[in-house]
Design a protein around this ligand. Structure first.
Ligand code: RI2
Length: 320
C-alpha cells in the first residue's frame, strides 16, 4: 500500500508526469500492488484492487491515458487470486509494451512529415512529439527546433535536454514568443493528454494559442497521440475536466498573501479545436482530427449501442 500511495503522490505532484509515462506507471503499479496482496479470498482481492484503481485515477483528472490504462488492467479475469494476479501481470506488461511500441511507431510515421531543413516548434514535453523529432533527425534530416519553456512547470527544460542529448539544434523560447517566431517555423509538433470524439485536442496550457498562431501563419500542426489518449467518454458528450493546479506554481504563497484582491488562475491544460490541427499522428496511422470518432469506435472497439446501453458495466469496463 505504501508504494501505491507513493506513486499516487508522485503523479499528483508531477514528479511522474507526461500522459504516456503516467499510463505506463499506473499499469505497472497495479501489477506490483496485486502481487503485494496476501489474501487468498478473490472478492477481498477484487475490492482492494478497485480501491487502488480509484486512487490512481483520482490523482490527475485530465490525461485520458490514465483511466484508460487503469481500465485496461482492471478488466482482468480470474476465479482465484492466482489467476487474477497472472492476468493482471499479463495485461500490465502488454499495455506497457504496446505503449512503448506506439511511441516508437508514432515517431516513424510522423517523421515522414518532417522535411529536410525544417524548423519545428514544440511545446511542453511530449515523448510522442519528441519521438517524431528524434526520428526525423536520425533519418538524416537537417532540422532545428524551437521549444517553449512551458511555464509554470518549465517542462520545456526537459525537452531541450532530451533534444540536446539527441544532438538536435534547439532554441529555448519564452511561451509568449510563439507568434514572434512563427514566421521561421515550418511545422508544429506537440503531444496530447486527451483527444475527444470531435477531434479536439487537450494538451498543456498554451497549446491552443500556439495552434492558433500556426493556423494564422498557414503552418501545419501535428499532434502526436497514442490511441489510448482518445476519450471514449467524449462520445457520450462528457467534457474532459481541465486540471486547475496550485497558485504556488505561479507565484509564492508569501507574495500572494501580501495582496488583498489578487487570486491566481492556473489551468494546466487547454482545448485546441480540430480546425487548427492538420494531423493526429497515432500508432495506427496519421489521421485527420475528424477521424477521431473512428479511432474510438473502430480501433478501440466501441459502438454507440455499447455506450448507450450500459456505460459503466459494459463499454468502459471492457474497453478503455
Ligand atoms: P507524452 C504532458 O502533460 C504534456 O501536456 C504533454 O504534451 C502530454 O503530457 C503528453 O506527453 P503533463 O503531465 O505522453 O506535463 O507524449 O501535465 O509524453
Amino acid at each position: 500500500m505504501k508504494q501505491l500511495l507513493d506513486t499516487a503522490q508522485k503523479i499528483k505532484s508531477m514528479e511522474i508526469r507526461g500522459a504516456g509515462k503516467i499510463a505506463r506507471t499506473v499499469a505497472a503499479q497495479l501489477h506490483n500492488y496485486s502481487e503485494s496482496l496476501n489474501t487468498g479470498d478473490i472478492s477481498q482481492f477484487n475490492d482492494k484492487m478497485k480501491i487502488a484503481a480509484e486512487l490512481l485515477i483520482s490523482t490527475r483528472p485530465t490525461a485520458v491515458s490514465l483511466p484508460n490504462a487503469v481500465h485496461t488492467v482492471m478488466r482482468y479475469v480470474g476465479e482465484t487470486v492466482e489467476e487474477a494476479k497472472a492476468d493482471i501481470n499479463k495485461r500490465a506488461n502488454d499495455f506497457i509494451e504496446d505503449s512503448e511500441n506506439a511511441v516508437r511507431k508514432i515517431g516513424e510515421i510522423g517523421a515522414k512529415r518532417v522535411r529536410d531543413g525544417d524548423t519545428i516548434m514544440t511545446h511542453c514535453n511530449s515523448s510522442a512529439a519528441i519521438s517524431i523529432i528524434a526520428k526525423a533527425h536520425k533519418d538524416g534530416k537537417n532540422i532545428k527546433v524551437l521549444a517553449t519553456e512551458s511555464r509554470p512547470r518549465w517542462q520545456g527544460h526537459l525537452t531541450i535536454k532530451q533534444l540536446d542529448d539527441e544532438g538536435i539544434k534547439t532554441s529555448l523560447i519564452v511561451d509568449s514568443a510563439v507568434r514572434y517566431f512563427m514566421k521561421e517555423v515550418d511545422i508544429v509538433i506537440m503531444g496530447a493528454d486527451a483527444v475527444t470524439a470531435n477531434g479536439s485536442v487537450i494538451n498543456k496550457i498554451g497549446t491552443s494559442q500556439l495552434a492558433l498562431c500556426a493556423h494564422e501563419a498557414r503552418k501545419n500542426v501535428i499532434i502526436a497521440a497514442e490511441t489510448y489518449k482518445f476519450s471514449p467518454r467524449s462520445l457520450l458528450g462528457d467534457l474532459i475536466e481541465i486540471e486547475e493546479r496550485s497558485s504556488s506554481e505561479v507565484i509564492s504563497d508569501e507574495i500572494l498573501k501580501g495582496y488583498g484582491h489578487v487570486s491566481v488562475k492556473n489551468p494546466a491544460f487547454d482545448v485546441t479545436p480540430r480546425e487548427y490541427i492538420d494531423l493526429i499522428c497515432t500508432e495506427v496511422g496519421a489521421i485527420p482530427p475528424e477521424m477521431s470518432y473512428i479511432i474510438i469506435k473502430e480501433h478501440l472497439g466501441y459502438s454507440l449501442e455499447d455506450i448507450n446501453s450500459n456505460v459503466k458495466s459494459k463499454a468502459f469496463n471492457q474497453k478503455y
